[in-house]
Design a binder for this molecule. Sequence first.
Ligand code: GLU
Length: 315
Amino acid sequence: MDTVIGRFAPSPSGRMHLGNAFSALMAWAAARSADGKIILRIEDLDPRAQDPHNASLLMDDLHWLGLDWDEGPIFQSQRQEIYLDALAQLQSKDLLYPCFCSRADLHAATAPHASDGTYVYKGTCRNLSQNEVAQRLLEKAPAMRLKVPDAHDPSGTISFTDLVYGFQQENLSIDCGDFLVQRSDHIIAYQLAVVVDDALTGVTQVVRGADLLLSTPRQIYLQRLLAYPTPAYAHIPLLVSADGRRLSKRDKDLDLGTLRACGIPAERIIGLLAAAAGLANPRERLFADNVAERFAWEPLRKHRANVNIRDAFAF
Ligand code: GLU
């Protein structure tokens, strides 16, 4: 069997919190349990996420947790040319068009995506005439969107079997619409950058938070257009706070900076995260290596509900 190549791909927009650590541990343990490799990619395309201090804290936190990597860090901010090349390939197939919609236009003219709060783009700018485009270009810089096939075209129905969440299927036209590949400030959109990076670094297994489950059909569609292979996908349950909210930078008390400053040992955090994956009892203290030894997808599949991490931690 081919070597598993996994990756973790954090955005260095703040200190790592337990949710990020959970994704990193699962990606690492899944790869290591299969004698695979792991790549660290820093997703710092957005200038607001380009703080080198955050990136080095992030790496320090990963080391402290006992998570290592074989390749990287690869910084997305240094790979602009590579993404532009992929963008040009899509452009040459006449699959892109400029979009002048403002955020307010999008909210007014689109239907929210049922499950993740994003919107379905209704194609407002898809059929602008050349004259209209020329006129609008004088007023503002456009974003670039990728045309997805019509609802009845089978190539626009994307299915895959997630290693944790099972069979997934989406009709791109109905469930998402033409999507962004470049923002109006020229920053390459996450969907395109992630697909290019995963393919060009040989990633065969993507393990990440379930908040990205609905992005996967878009990414698979891009892989097909760019003639890239599709890796295996495993989305893991989200860690939430008591009110059901996904952990975020607002939960400062659960970020690695605070937990480390409070003297919580890494083994306690690893044990807790392993328990959230159904691989340990919440009170167990474990090293990352122990989690790799006992790693399996089945326990994650059994309870793929969000995990209330505050109750689990109870401190
Ligand atoms: N950078 C994303 C995050 O920190 C993860 C992207 C991915 O794993 O595909 O949530």
